[in-house]
Write a protein that binds this ligand. Sequence first.
Ligand SMILES: *Cc1c(COP(=O)(O)O)cnc(C)c1O
Length: 322
Amino acid sequence: MNDIARIRFAHLPTPIEEMPRLSKALGGPRIFVKRDDQTGLAFGGNKTRKLEFLVAEAKALGAKTLISAGAMQSNHCRQTAAAAARFGMECILVLNGQHPEQPSANLLLDFLFNADVVWVADRKDRDAVLQHTYETARVNDCCPYLVPYGGSSPTGALGYAFAVQEYMQQGLKADWIIFGTSSGGTHAGLTLGARLFNCDARILGISIDEPVQALKANVSALASAASEKFGPRIEFTGDDVLANDDYCQAGYGIFGEQEREAINLFASNEGLLLDPVYTGRAAAGMIDLIRRGVIQKNETVLFWHTGGQPALFADKYQPEIL
Ligand SMILES: *Cc1c(COP(=O)(O)O)cnc(C)c1O
């Protein structure tokens, strides 16, 4: 495990803080938050942990350009662009939509980090455009490294396997670890890390945009593949993956009353900021599970904050937050 390539630039360990006023407001269990919104790279977030391993792999392969893809307000793309700038690499991002008149929030930061953006009008063309962009960079001697969606390759997932080791060293014994899950790297890393480092908390991903069955398949495959980097392969199945898709019916990035309430509850009770797409939705799920007694009063919950707050300032969400 010591020969896994990693460049250390995240601010670790991230703090764990208790949220007593939120617990009280919900009449619920003790709730803690793990502050991965404070990982340090360009406003932080969960992608920074993955990028410690992805950038190390890219460098080892002699890459000079990081290429990735996502939504216009992708936190992953913002952190990837920042990592490229930090390590003297070029960055090309394939993003959904078209160049807005006035880039805001994450997109503004992408440009600040000097990323080149390739726009894809239709989301269903994104894979093909990404592949084409990669091929073009390759034949033009740009030495590209393809960072998968959300940084969720087996290599990226390592960031969250080691995050569990960090969490175990911090001494909190939570019954539940709750977070937003989408491309699955965070979920896979946490699931693998729990096995490797003997963490018996229930690792529950609140789906942002995927049905439970798809998440279980993707996360278990990623966790199994990532396990090979530590030693003999551990075969994870869908049964090893806890996921809930009750809160994503509106679709990716569609802001609604549940996200609005969660953001306002965290802000007004704890002075803590959630984001409109991921942590707002994940927290809404946690709040509902507490209210319905699925998470019980005598249990301890860790809300693993995955970042994303720059999107609070995206034009798209501004009118809806309050
Ligand atoms: C990407 C992201 C997630 C989801 O993480 P995955 O590893 O892609 O499942 C959660 N929260 C925020 C803020 C993110 O940017």
